[in-house]
Design a protein around this ligand. Sequence first.
Ligand SMILES: NC(=O)c1ccc[n+]([C@@H]2O[C@H](COP(=O)([O-])OP(=O)(O)OC[C@H]3O[C@@H](n4cnc5c(N)ncnc54)[C@H](O)[C@@H]3O)[C@@H](O)[C@H]2O)c1
Ligand SMILES: O=C(O)C(=O)C[C@@H](O)[C@H](O)[C@H](O)COP(=O)(O)O
Ligand SMILES: [Zn+2]
Length: 365
Amino acid sequence: MSDTVLHVGGASPYDVVVGNGLAGRLPELLGESVERVAVLYAGSLGALADPIVDSLVEHYDVLALGLPEGERAKTAPVAADCWEALGEAGFTRSDAVVTVGGGATTDLGGFVAATWLRGVRVVHVPTTLLAMVDAAVGGKTGINTGAGKNLVGSFHEPAGVLCDLSLLVSLPREELVAGLGEVVKCGFIADPAILDIVERTEPAALTAESPELRELVERAIRVKVDVVVGDLKEAGGVDGHPGREVLNYGHTLAHAIERTSDYTVRHGEAVAIGCVYVAELAALAGSLAPALVERHRAALSRVGLPTTYDAASFDDLHAAMRIDKKARGSQLRFVVLDDLAAPRILAGPSEDDLRAAYAAISSAG
Ligand SMILES: NC(=O)c1ccc[n+]([C@@H]2O[C@H](COP(=O)([O-])OP(=O)(O)OC[C@H]3O[C@@H](n4cnc5c(N)ncnc54)[C@H](O)[C@@H]3O)[C@@H](O)[C@H]2O)c1
Ligand SMILES: O=C(O)C(=O)C[C@@H](O)[C@H](O)[C@H](O)COP(=O)(O)O
Ligand SMILES: [Zn+2]
């Protein structure tokens, strides 16, 4: 099957390419002025990064930097180590960063590229489903702090994204399933055809090679591209649409779960739980039909994602939710649905409703 190119318009346009065996396209995305390339890769993924490094050394001076696993990469000390390495290697504004890894790697690598010399080119080569459909696209970069998830970061659009589906062959099943959390999210907020595919496809058939997974990848990327083109910096939408904040569906509780579990719950799993939570919240607010709340549970659990959470109390999660970026002052704001693909912002729900929605997904109280 030929490659699919999804164009992201705007002030800094770029392409997201979906296909198989895409490393050869890196030089065309990096451009001709680049002399040095820093490949920032998840340290355990040398087997995936090495061929990419080998393909680049023919064209550039290459600095390969292995990063810690997962969320442990998204810290200020890791970013500082990368800045030091770029400085020692003499990286200038005409040089570039390539990231190879999951969303934690693209977030950290994107942040390093955004901040080095106030911004150099970055091309992402995502290696998880989640990073292909979400983290590598749209230019959000970030690291965590003690207070919470993604609290420091910037908007820095990539020069290109290569979603090479063959890199997913080695991805553990539970990581692929986690990525489906963001895919199903896109189904509810914007593209119900995603839900139809998930509901009619045998979950085990969603593999790196399957046409159904490829269609899900392309549809989820399209959802994200359409949203970020309209509201890159999350300034807000038009006509009552939440703008880029819609991509945060389920994320207020999800980030609180990640932080209070010390990042032992995967992001995509936490998003699945968070989506059911906001569906319950919307039902309590009288906007979402109970059948659609159940559709959330059914679609997410069908692919193997959690829809309940018992490992933290409501009070602890409530405290963690207060630092969500959608909050304004002491008021929490959530993306909720009135119907499929009909999102809006619910501002300042009562503590009773927040607690009741948690009771509906938890026995922790
Ligand atoms: N910037 C954004 O817009 C955005 C969007 C969504 C999520 N995110 C962030 O992305 C992160 C989650 O990303 P993730 O789910 O990709 O997790 P991750 O980056 O932690 O990767 C998960 C695990 O899979 C391993 N792995 C990655 N690719 C592999 C492969 N091909 N084969 C074998 N193992 C592989 C990694 O080494 C890691 O252990 C979170 O930090 C989240 O906040 C950012
Ligand atoms: O791209 C976005 O915008 C999103 O909200 C996508 C989310 O899936 C992603 O997890 C993002 O990192 C969350 O952003 P944050 O602003 O809440 O940190
Ligand atoms: Zn997310």
